[in-house]
Design a binder for this molecule. Structure first.
Ligand code: ARG
Length: 265
């Protein structure tokens, strides 16, 4: 009996994994954010955890103004505002620091999923009230293309699993430095799944975001502060050789103008 029940459960898990683009790939060995380091308390206070009504973390996000959190559309697709709460400025999921808010309105990008799955993977969460005293991250605009030069070192952070196929989530936020990858190279990896205008790739073998990091930021640390270039979106496994992480590309005009229109930044 026990063996049967476990088998049924394993099959169910496999089915869930197979239908989720997020979890589309087999695990490969030494993936650890994959390949990252623990974030000290208080660093990256714009980082946001999205929680279900029951309080479990399911995606990342970033505070882009006192009233708006930016995340991935695939994180909130089909959800109503009452099914999403956020915590901003907390480093450990089980901690009590930072500011918790409910969500008043979810705005998914109107072109999400078009012309290919995961294209335009961005969404805005209007909070029930302002977050006070936490500096938002600046969203990239056209002039920030320079940060996407292939090979440039970017950062991504979150509470996602530390290896492909691992279970969500470590208590403490992790971060990892990932090199930007050219659209041409990423298209070679992913073929027609890669929608170059609205997607940006970054990562290398054993350095990547992973399940549970989705919606969180890909950003650069500059002399004038942090600038967010992407939202964690998808990939084949995590940290797989030849398959970088794919991010929603925020400074693409169709995404950037939509952010300005809806969030005012
Ligand atoms: N879709 C995943 C999520 O919902 C994130 C996958 C990121 N994958 C990657 N290889 N960077 O958490």
């Amino acid at each position: 009996m026990r063996a049967h029940r476990l088998t049924a459960r394993s099959v169910a898990l496999l089915v869930v994994a197979a239908i989720s683009l997020c979890a589309a790939a087999p695990a490969s060995a030494q993936e650890r954010i994959v390949g990252g380091t623990a974030v000290p308390d208080g660093k990256y206070s714009f980082m946001t955890s999205l929680r279900s009504a029951s309080g479990s973390h399911f995606c990342g996000g970033s505070l882009i103004s006192s009233r708006y959190v930016l995340t991935a559309s695939h994180c909130v697709s089909g959800k109503s505002p009452s099914q999403v709460n956020v915590v901003v400025g907390r480093t450990t999921l089980s901690g009590t620091s930072g500011q918790a808010r409910s969500v008043a309105r979810i705005v998914m990008h109107p072109n999400y999923g078009s012309p290919v799955g995961y294209a335009h993977d961005a969404a805005l969460l209007e909070l029930s009230s302002d977050v006070v005293g936490i500096a938002p991250i600046r969203v990239a605009d056209a002039a920030d293309d320079v940060h996407e030069t292939p090979g440039n070192s970017l950062t991504t952070a979150g509470w996602g699993t530390t290896r492909s196929g691992g279970f969500c989530c470590p208590d403490r936020m992790n971060e990892v430095q990932v090199p930007a990858v050219s659209d041409a190279s990423c298209t070679t990896s992913y073929g027609s799944s890669m929608h170059a205008p609205s997607m940006l790739c970054a990562g290398e073998r054993s350095k990547d975001s992973c399940q549970g990091d989705s919606g969180g930021p890909l950003f650069e640390t500059t002399s004038t502060g942090y600038v967010q270039l992407g939202t964690v979106s998808w990939g084949r496994g995590c940290g797989s050789r030849g398959y970088p992480g794919v991010y929603g590309e925020l400074n693409y005009s169709v995404i950037r103008n939509w952010i300005t229109t809806n969030a005012g930044v």
